[in-house]
Write a protein that binds this ligand. Structure first.
Ligand SMILES: N[C@@H](Cc1ccccc1)C(=O)O
Length: 396
């Protein structure tokens, strides 16, 4: 039996991985959908992501404890699967880092502007990347320590913001209907990314000793927490700023400012702006640490000062260059992350499970839904990719 505290800890790790920059992007991208439709889409995506999370558990039951995603793909799908998993993971991590730097840089710029007027527009992006880059290059134990403190602060500011915003909600705003159907296409990839957590499953499998009953609980509860928080968050954003107000926001600082314009309370604004900073910082720390270790291993950079500096450069330079060229690239990069996430969280697990159900026909755990479930998941994955390509080629 696995100890209860590890299960609880794992639920928070999973929820913490999920709740990040994607949440901040939700009110921005789904504004045109209206509250009701956006919640319906979120429910559907949550079911899909919890289902594929369970599929990954089904796969891990056949494998040794320390198996990674590439290990799984190599075992069930051969070298092609293995390299697809590696490439998709690399793309996902770089895209997420690019989003965090663009979003975090924009917020940092707002803070810096108030302190030192007249700074060049790229200062925020540079300062934000430098601070996080330095922490990550110091090593995992430092990141773990700082991340824990920031994570607790993130929860406190989120709770504060939620409680203080509630009285400001006008329920009429929540009944707004979608402005145009095409807006669903634009919102789908970002909503999808915001429910992603699958990269943390292999570590959790190891942490609770591959105990399937605990792992099912972790995936189901850990993914429901973000769902509940996202629904409250959407209700508060739509309810205070309104659909029209949200539609006018182009980036994160706009969003924070538009809440500030409605609520007239310095405390609420401070809590929300601090929450946004922390959500970006904790996501960025977690994801860039993953990318850092991944690259250090791939390029076999040694764990000394020189080696870590080289790894730091290949980790942070590409997303930094992206953010400098696309200062408003927060939403764009989250959309591209969706393409890689479809591969990691849907396509690979479905293909592997199809193989595993033949190879291990008498397995003790099999996710409900049969082949129909697998095909439906693939179908939605295809829709997410098509939606993102339409966004990329300006077809919506
Ligand atoms: N859901 C995370 C992004 C993410 C996707 C996939 C894996 C890990 C993290 C966010 O909103 O920021």
């Amino acid at each position: 039996m696995t100890s209860n505290s590890r299960v609880v800890g794992s639920i928070f790790i999973l929820a913490g991985t999920t709740i990040g920059a994607g949440m901040l992007a939700l009110p921005l991208t789904s504004a045109g959908l209206g509250f009701g439709t956006s919640v319906a889409v979120m429910l559907g995506i949550w079911v899909l992501m919890a289902y594929t999370g369970l599929l990954m558990l089904e796969l891990h039951q056949h494998m040794p404890l320390t198996t990674t995603l590439h290990g799984l793909a190599g075992q069930f799908l051969g070298w092609k699967g293995r390299s697809t998993a590696t490439l998709a993971m690399l793309f996902l991590l770089y895209a997420l880092c690019a989003a965090y730097i663009a979003g975090g840089g924009a917020l940092m710029q707002e803070h810096l502007k108030n302190l030192v007027p007249g700074l060049p527009p790229f200062s925020g992006v540079l300062v934000f990347t430098l601070v996080i880059g330095l922490v990550v290059s110091l090593g995992t134990s430092k990141v773990d320590m700082i991340n824990r403190i920031l994570f607790v602060l993130k929860l406190i500011t989120l709770a504060t913001a939620l409680v203080m915003l509630t009285p400001q909600v006008s329920s009429g705003y929540l009944l707004d209907l979608p402005l145009e159907q095409g807006l669903l296409v634009a919102a789908l990839p970002v909503i999808f990314t915001s429910f992603g957590f699958h990269s943390c499953i292999p570590s959790l499998v190891r942490y609770v000793n591959n105990d399937i009953a605990s792992l099912r609980k972790i995936v189901l509860i850990g993914s429901s927490l973000p769902l509940v928080i996202y629904i409250i968050w959407q209700a508060l954003s739509f309810g205070t700023v309104g659909q029209d107000g949200l539609m006018r926001n182009n980036d994160l600082p706009d969003f924070v400012n538009s809440i500030a314009a409605v609520v007239h309370s310095d405390w609420v604004v401070a809590a929300i702006s601090l929450f946004a900073d922390l959500a970006l910082a904790t996501s960025f720390l977690g994801v860039s640490l993953g990318l850092f270790d991944f690259l250090a291993e791939k390029f076999q950079r040694p764990d000394n000062k020189r080696g870590r500096m080289q790894t730091g450069l290949i980790t942070f330079l590409p997303p930094l260059v992206f953010a400098l060229f696309y200062p408003q690239g927060f939403i764009i990069a989250l959309g591209y992350a969706a393409i890689a996430l479809v591969i990691i969280a849907i396509v690979l697990p479905v293909l592997m499970v199809r193989k595993a159900r033949i190879d291990y026909a008498d397995a003790s755990y099999q996710v409900a839904g049969g082949s129909l479930g697998l095909y439906l998941a693939l179908l939605v994955g295809a829709l997410v990719i098509i939606a993102q390509l339409m966004v990329a080629f300006n077809l919506v």
